[in-house]
Design a protein around this ligand. Structure first.
Ligand code: TRP
Ligand code: ZN
Length: 866
């Protein structure tokens, strides 16, 4: 048996013994035998070091030369190449062969629908050639790509410096990237594409060529991504003074891709679903997602590429910061409130669950077996919340100065999260020493708030306690520096001035100790506190609000986010109440809340998209996070009951308001809001079938706008409406040739609220559109089921869990990275009831006993079973 995968620790970091400062790569592309020649300038950095140790995985070594002499003083062990050579500097030439056709891991060099492409982050470059595959080895790259003429486009990072035809009839291109980079940013693409070209003039007047490569026939879906790129370039100049630094920026869309996109220097590679869009095939959500991911990858050019990570434990250095930047980009271009709601939902549904589960880790992990397992909502989204807290503590101007100092100090370097925080505190003069614990401590702090109104002295006291539940990785916790933003409203919903002893108090309270009482003077009557405004820290909050206070906030708070947040609290309060009470009378939404919802949907000024967000009950996972033992069946029943109640109470409003919306298929914020609003109306309407409603639903299914069609189909599917099957069939017939649209169809099928859904999914494995080697297909079908079909995923016969485990067993061989990402819904099994715990454990045991369990799944399954 092979040795168990070993963990690496942050505390063991050592600088590299040898470095490569310049590398020339030649690729002779063939589907099964691609020859890679690497000529590197090697330099010893550590005088005491003996051997130069390079990483290499699944490589066929052909030959090694040193300074133009055949070299044989090497050894190979596991996934290492060890060079025994005394010189302090030498030229190392390594020839290897690789097999892109058989590479289904989508890491290294592989074929995606006939096109060669690469994915090197985190540790994929070692599948291309032997190299010290770590982000602190920075080199300049020159890359020659040779292929048959049938492969017209030959691309790599940087600028093209030569191209031509060879004697054997093949052609080539040579690319040079003048910026030093870590090998995870290397990229190569070769294939046949349609190209959308454009250009952008930077603020200093340089012209940059923009090229977007898509599959033949897809040009009519490429303009939104290009427009988004230009907006991102302009935004980074305006907000951070950061300009693009090469003469060309290329984006390639590929169908086989493990994640959303990759920021390779000058040559981003994207999952096609994060690029392609037009009104017939993409929803408004897709448009928004594309804009944000295009922005994200573009922003990496500075936060990630020009300044990169010293080691992979520092991943949040680039990801947390870049997510923060893309969130701000989206908020500046669109609605700040809606974007904040979306980010907080991710935290509450996914990140809190990760933090309370067996894979809990700080945003800067300390122990890693498989790095691919740490591209997590914690590193990305909680990482962005940590940056946001720094922004809140420093203020906009200090934050910008901190960023400027960070680039002044570290441009061209591979650095740590501590380096980032030092730049922030040095530039602002604000002490962030205690704040730094956010980087090293996992878990979601729980804030318990108590109020006391002293009417005699017209004083209001708020006492805030911070508590730190233990997590799977760490028992003892430190107190954190928490920016706690508040507002106080009077009984009319007007904002009260915050002051104490004649001095104004900032609306952001600094909580540093275990407990602190804040006192506010001149408060004429008991106020309504709005707490943790804009989710100023990633914490849970306990405060005994009464319904009137929450309704006051929903009606009057200035921040859209706070209104949504208060309504969520109101829903959760009553969902919990319903679950905990025996009395069926208590298991319904009170009349005042239904009246509040009626007031909201009819509100003439409120943004329509916000209204549709407000009307949504919290997701299954968000509700589940409120319990130590998840009452699966009760959550499902109560949510169904509440939704039915809303749909009956507001039916007349929904129908008449629905008919008033007239978005004309536009892409303006107003039209997007109207479509979201219509979608919310029919979601509720579908639950109460009448002839009139059926006609509305049918008509919307026939729309030529994908947002409308998908909203209608989703409503039918989730309501188990009698029209669902026929409308899904009609949709399939219409879109069978469009892969991305067919993924939407797969997801809809997986969400069918029907007892035979597991059998149905198994049959869809045979559908011509399905392909287990394509992550988009697999996730559309199976992850949608596990995430959105809670009732049948958690079925007490265990069939849902088994469906997922069966798939993971297959994927373990084909694409371990994707398998490992898809196991998430099984990870929180210890929070389930004992019956379900046994069922999940049975599946985890099956996985653990697999021969050839990948390190990716090994790490997760081992932790889950601990
Ligand atoms: N760095 C990429 C991003 O955040 C994501 C990424 C990491 C990735 N590893 C990957 C993408 C593997 C695809 C495959 O934008
Ligand atoms: Zn990123």
């Amino acid at each position: 048996m092979s040795a168990l995968p070993q963990a690496k620790y942050l505390k063991d970091y050592q600088p590299a013994d040898f470095t490569i400062e310049d590398i020339k790569l030649t690729f002779e592309l063939e589907p099964t035998h691609t020859r890679v020649t690497a000529i590197s300038k090697v330099k010893r950095c550590n005088k005491a070091a003996l051997d130069f140790i390079l990483d290499g995985v699944e490589l066929n070594l052909i030959e090694i030369e040193i300074d133009n002499q055949l070299f044989t003083e090497f050894s190979q062990k596991d996934e290492l190449l060890i060079i025994h050579h005394d010189a302090d500097e030498y030229e190392l030439k390594i020839i290897t062969e690789i097999n892109p056709l058989e590479n289904t891991s989508l890491e290294g060099l592989y074929l995606s629908g006939g096109a060669y492409c690469t994915q090197c982050e985190a540790e994929g470059f070692r599948k291309i050639t032997f190299f010290p595959d770590r982000p602190d080895v920075l080199a300049t790259y020159e890359v020659k790509v040779i292929a048959d003429q049938t492969v017209p486009y030959l691309l790599s990072n940087g600028n093209k410096i030569a191209s031509g035809t060879l004697e054997n009839g093949k052609h080539f291109a040579v690319w040079q990237d003048p910026y030093k980079k870590p090998c995870y940013l290397f990229a190569l693409v070769a294939g046949q594409f349609d190209v959308l070209t454009d250009s952008y003039v930077t603020s200093s007047g340089r012209e940059v060529k923009l090229e977007l490569f898509v599959d033949i026939g897809n040009l009519n879906k490429s303009s939104h991504a290009m427009a988004s790129l230009k907006k991102a370039m302009q935004w980074d100049e305006e907000v951070y003074g950061l300009e693009y630094d090469l003469d060309i920026y290329m984006i390639v869309a590929v169908d086989f891709f493990n994640m959303g996109a990759m920021e390779n220097k000058g040559l981003n590679i994207f999952n096609s679903k994060c690029v392609l869009a037009n009104q017939e095939t993409a929803t408004d959500k897709d448009y928004h997602m594309i804009e944000s991911i295009i922005g994200h990858e573009y922003f990496h050019n500075w936060t990630g590429n020009r300044v990169t990570c010293r080691d992979w434990f520092q991943l949040s250095l680039k990801e947390g910061l870049t997510v923060f930047r893309d969130q701000e980009f989206s908020s500046d271009l669109g609605s700040r409130g809606i974007n904040r709601v979306a980010a907080v939902k991710v935290m509450r549904t996914h990140q809190f669950a990760e933090d309370s589960g067996p894979m809990a880790h700080p945003i800067r992990p300390e122990k890693v077996i498989e790095m691919n397992n740490f591209y997590t909502v914690t590193v990305y989204d909680k990482g962005a919340e940590v940056i946001r807290m720094i922004h809140t503590l420093l203020g906009k101007d200090n934050f910008r100065q901190g960023i400027d100092l960070y680039f002044a100090r570290h441009d061209g370097q591979a650095v740590t999260c501590d380096d980032f925080v030092s730049a922030m505190s040095d530039a602002s003069g604000i002490n962030l020493e205690q704040f730094k614990h956010w980087y090293s401590q996992s878990g979601t702090p729980n804030l318990v708030v108590k109020e006391e109104y002293d009417s005699l002295n017209q004083r209001y006291h708020l006492t805030i306690n911070q508590n730190h539940p233990a997590t799977a990785d760490e028992q003892e916790k430190l107190n954190l520096h928490i920016p706690f933003a508040i507002e106080l409203l009077d009984e009319n919903g007007d904002l009260l001035a915050l002051q104490h002893q004649g001095k104004p108090i900032s609306s952001v309270l600094n909580l540093t100790g275990a407990s602190h009482t804040f006192i506010f003077d001149s408060i004429k009557s008991a106020p309504t506190p709005v707490l943790l405004v804009d989710f100023s820290a990633p914490c849970t909050l306990d405060f005994q609000y009464n319904d009137q206070q929450l309704i006051n906030i929903v009606r009057h708070a200035t921040s859209d986010f706070s209104r949504w947040d208060a309504l969520q609290s109101l829903f959760i309060k009553h969902i919990k109440h319903a679950i905990n009470s025996e009395d069926t009378q208590e298991q319904s939404l009170p009349y005042e809340i239904l009246q509040l919802l009626k007031w909201i949907v009819n509100h003439p000024q409120l943004d329509k998209q916000l209204i549709s967000e407000l009307l949504k009950l919290p997701s299954f996972d968000t509700i589940a996070s409120q319990f130590t033992v998840i009452p699966v069946d009760q959550i499902i029943t109560v949510v169904q009951t509440f939704e039915l109640q809303i749909s009956i109470a507001l039916q007349a409003d929904f129908i008449s308001l629905y008919r008033q919306q007239n978005d004309g298929g536009q892409l303006t914020a107003l039209a997007v809001g109207q479509r979201a609003f219509k979608g919310m109306c029919i979601y509720y309407l579908a639950k109460t079938a009448t002839d009139e409603i059926d006609k509305i639903l049918q008509a919307q299914c026939d729309s030529d706008n994908m947002t409308d069609v998908l909203a209608a189909l989703t409503a039918l599917v989730l309501a188990n409406h009698s029209l669902a099957t026929a409308m899904l069939a009609q949709f399939e017939l219409k879109w069978q040739r469009d892969t991305l649209v067919m993924d939407k169809w797969l997801a809809l099928n997986a969400m069918l609220n029907a007892p035979n859904v597991v059998e149905h999914i198994k049959q869809l494995y045979q559908h011509p559109h399905f392909d287990i080697a394509n992550p988009n297909r697999v996730r559309a079908l199976v992850s949608s089921f596990a995430q959105f079909n809670s009732q049948y995923f958690h079925a007490v016969d265990g069939s849902g869990y088994q469906l997922l485990a069966d798939l993971l067993i297959q994927l373990n061989k084909i694409n371990p990275q994707n398998a490992s990402r898809m196991i998430t819904p099984l990870m929180s099994w210890k929070k389930l009831d004992t019956t379900r715990q046994k069922l999940v454990k049975k599946q985890l045991d099956r996985l653990q006993q697999l021969e050839n369990l990948s390190p990716d799944l090994f790490e997760k399954v081992t932790n889950a079973l601990k």
